[in-house]
Design a binder for this molecule. Sequence first.
Ligand code: ZN
Length: 277
Amino acid sequence: MTKPCIICVAITGSLPRKSDNPAVPVTISEQVESTHAAYEAGATICHAHVRDDDQNPTSDPERYLRLFDGVRAHCPDMVFQVSTGGRAAAGRDRGGMLAMRPDMASLSVGSNNFPGRVYENPPDLVDWLAAEMRRHQIKPEIEAFDLSHIFKAAEMNADGRIPGDIYIQFVMGVKNAMPVDRPAFDFFVQTTRRLMPGAEWCAAGIGRHQLTINDWSIAAGGHARTGLEDNIRLDRDTLAPSNAALVRRVAELCDRHGRPVATPAQTRAILGLRPAA
Ligand code: ZN
């Protein structure tokens, strides 16, 4: 298998805090620096959340723009992906940063449980976020927390609400959502291929499952996500020293499976993104 593997680094997230691992970047300058190091280690997509001055998640478009500008200045061809997830804001405030036209944005197309609450994605909000992404020519990354989300993505692809080839990510290992389960993972891949033959897919494993899911995805021809948003440890006893360290671990796995790590240009071509500005 020689298809290049795209490595996405989820640098910050809305849950892990500096007190959990001091390497979690929270200020804009820390985020830019951490992204740059991860880029040099092989990551070509930066999945970003921003924090306010008290380290709480926010969807403030101005903060997102500052981060976007900082990443563009240091890593000009890196793909920038914003989160429209529900921890930083509610309703249409979740998509306020889309007007700045990042390359990509996460899009959850259905609801499920999270560790302490319901992750609500009502159909009208999903349609609105998808419409904003079409309007600003932003490629969605579908976050599939459940099998029904794969079917929903296929439906929205078929009727044009999500145009072009789908990029979908399977998220496994979130408490109260989909566990890390090999037959279920294989069925997700199989179902995606059956419903959306042109789709590219990726997978994210949360916490101690990160490396397991990386290994399964890379071996099965998918792409890989890592980063301190999903996991703050190298192993049970060792905190990850940086996002770059987690990226290097995935690049080594790619090597072991005979998959080259995708360059920024290959990443943009595989995902059908516009060239870097
Ligand atoms: Zn995220």
